[in-house]
Design a protein around this ligand. Structure first.
Ligand code: SF4
Ligand code: SF4
Length: 338
């Protein structure tokens, strides 16, 4: 199903979709663009290359109460988490959609699945937005992502010649376009063919990288690579493929709750154990963990590198330490096994 809408009619589309449930879009907030729930007067920015923070918090919120319980004498009543309403996430670029698919492998395809994440994914219709002009930090081509297409999306949208072309890729996508059919015109005569969009070439050598890294845990290159890191954790919060969280229970006589929030392997307490031992006591061990996880451990488990080349860690790290440096340091060199 292919539809088209003139750009000047988009505010009507946002209004119509948001009347049916929460609608999240890239919104200009001062100097940054963030995914936010639509409201009248929001400055929607569909031209932005990437939002400052990826849309992963739609599925894995920064903080949430996982469940609550009440005690009545010896009885324990479990109060389930709030019901998740169907929502629309509009304007996700292909790199961020690929990152969500990486998170799905962890949160849905493992047994047991993470129920809250799974329900949010099932209840959200994702409209991807193709890119026409990547910025100098984007390098998704290295991970076989075409910025001009998003085959896994419910709907793929393209901004072309003053219009937005919308093509449904799933039943959820078709339902969404039907819900807005009063505003949409038939797009079957329009060209939806994805073009070719080139992203930055940092000369990365990815072939054999996970296997090579297996033998380089104790490599002296880590002694240099980590040195500038401040341990601020920004790289993990802005990364669409970082997914670690912390869980805490807060209890009292009458009940309590289980709470979780994003955590970062860049922090000292992340691996600190109850007895005080910390297997990653310094920034070197933490930086190594971050890059080994993305470039060796995740690929070993799921068969692909856990980076989508969104460029956020390149844009955001205050000391310019990013995954490109790690790949340049360790990529393309084979280390013989002892
Ligand atoms: S690599 Fe950069 S962004 Fe990440 S913790 Fe270190 S200083 Fe912060
Ligand atoms: S490691 Fe950096 S470039 Fe790769 S997905 Fe994360 S933030 Fe984006």
């Amino acid at each position: 199903m292919k539809k088209v809408i003139a750009r000047e009619k988009l505010p009507e589309l946002w209004k119509s979709l948001s009347a049916q449930g929460p609608l999240f879009l890239p919104v200009q907030e001062g100097p940054v663009v963030l995914f936010q729930q639509w409201q009248e007067g929001a400055k929607i920015n569909l031209e932005a290359t990437n939002t400052a923070v990826p849309p992963k918090d739609l599925f894995l919120p920064r903080e949430e109460t996982y469940m609550q319980y009440r005690c009545k004498g010896k009885e324990l009543e479990v109060i389930p988490a709030e019901e998740v309403k169907p929502a629309v996430l509009f304007g996700v670029h292909p790199c961020d959609l690929s990152a969500v698919e990486l998170l799905d492998k962890v949160y849905i395809e493992q047994d047991p699945a993470d129920e809250l994440y799974k329900i949010r994914r099932e209840n959200t219709t994702v409209v991807a937005l193709s890119c026409t002009e990547p910025d100098p930090f984007c390098f998704c081509n290295d991970f076989a992502i075409n910025p001009a297409d998003a085959p896994g999306a419910d709907v793929v949208a393209h901004l072309k010649n003053g219009s937005l072309l919308l093509e449904a890729g799933t039943d959820k996508g078709k339902t969404l376009l039907k819900q807005a059919e009063d505003l949409l015109e038939d797009g079957s005569g329009q060209s939806f063919e994805p073009g070719e969009v080139k992203t930055a070439d940092f000369g990365l050598k990815l072939e054999g990288l996970p296997e090579n890294l297996k033998n380089r845990f104790d490599d002296s290159a880590w002694d240099e690579l980590y040195k500038s890191c401040l341990g601020c954790g920004v790289c993990t919060y802005v990364c669409p493929t970082c997914y670690c969280f912390d869980v805490e229970d807060f209890g009292h006589e009458a009940g309590g709750e289980r709470f979780r929030c994003w955590d970062s392997c860049m922090y000292g307490h992340f691996t600190e154990m109850a007895g005080g031992h910390n297997p990653r006591p310094g920034r070197k061990e933490r930086i190594r963990q971050r890059f080994m996880h993305k470039l060796q451990y995740y690929p070993e488990t799921f068969g692909q590198i856990a980076c989508v080349g969104c460029g956020r860690c390149l844009r955001s790290c205050p000391v310019n330490l990013d995954i490109v440096q790690a790949i340049q340091t360790f990529g393309g060199e084979t280390v013989e096994q002892c």
